[in-house]
Design a protein around this ligand. Structure first.
Ligand SMILES: C[S@@+](CC[C@H](N)C(=O)[O-])C[C@H]1O[C@@H](n2cnc3c(N)ncnc32)[C@H](O)[C@@H]1O
Length: 225
């Protein structure tokens, strides 16, 4: 898996300048671009109502969601393994006058040292779909470790639907091509409602599905004690 994590980081480094095209329904997408645009608007409404205290944005990327939750938070930690994604993110912090409120952490969530019970909320957007099954338990264990007991969690990710079936496997390695034609092999999984139910049960996390569309879902909640 180590080689693939390195390849994923290189992929996100190189995708950074074009990453947000996805939310405009542009770039290398398989499904109808209108769906991406419409569901992004729906997700923006959900993220706009999320966040409290000190929020950690895990795999923040270009921090696309930051303008929506920042106003509700006292402090924000933006963590990502890709330096180029964080570079995009830092440029945005300047433009949004959010440099004082936010601090960035460059590192792998699984190995970077993070304080115990520090954060009051966590955004996990399009991150979990890059976590293979053998690391899932480690992910939730660490998430629980860094969150305060009453912390809120918002998970946003990609939906498994009949439309997706035409182009992708539900889980596994897939080829990604950037606009310059470079290709990468990336681990990606898609979620159906059964997967969300399974996360709730296995990791003792109460999640309410705020949106479940053709391309994206959003589920929010908190860990049980
Ligand atoms: C699909 S992007 C999502 C970016 C952002 N959360 C969003 O919703 O627009 C996934 C991001 O997670 C980061 N990432 C993936 N695995 C990671 C890990 N183990 N530790 C830190 N960052 C990771 C990637 O570098 C990339 O920026």
């Amino acid at each position: 898996m180590g080689k693939n994590i390195d390849e994923q980081t290189t992929y996100y480094d190189q995708r950074a300048p074009e990453y947000e095209l996805l939310y405009q329904g542009k770039g290398p997408l398989n499904l109808d671009s209108g769906l991406y645009r419409a569901e992004t608007i729906r997700l923006c409404t959900i993220v706009g109502k999320f966040g409290k205290g000190h929020l950690i944005d895990i795999g923040c990327g270009t921090c696309f969601w930051l303008p929506l939750y920042a106003k509700r938070c006292r402090k924000v930690t933006l963590l990502d393994g890709s330096s180029r994604m964080l570079q995009e993110c830092k440029q945005k912090l300047d433009v949004l006058h959010l440099t004082k409120k936010c601090h960035t952490v460059h590192g792998d969530f699984f190995s970077v040292e993070l304080p115990h019970q520090k954060y009051s909320s966590a955004l996990i957007a399009f991150f979990l779909s890059h976590v293979p099954p053998e690391r899932e338990e480690m992910f939730f264990r660490k998430l629980r470790h860094v969150l305060k007991p009453d912390a809120s969690v918002l998970i946003i990710d990609s939906v498994w639907s009949s439309m997706r079936r035409r182009y992708n496997k539900k889980e596994g390695f897939q080829q990604r091509t950037l606009t310059d034609g470079k290709t990468f092999t990336i681990y990606k999984r898609y979620f159906d409602m059964r997967d969300i139910e399974c996360l709730k049960r296995v990791y003792r996390i109460g999640l309410e599905t705020a949106h479940f569309g053709d391309v994206f879902f959003a589920a929010r909640g908190a860990f049980y004690a």
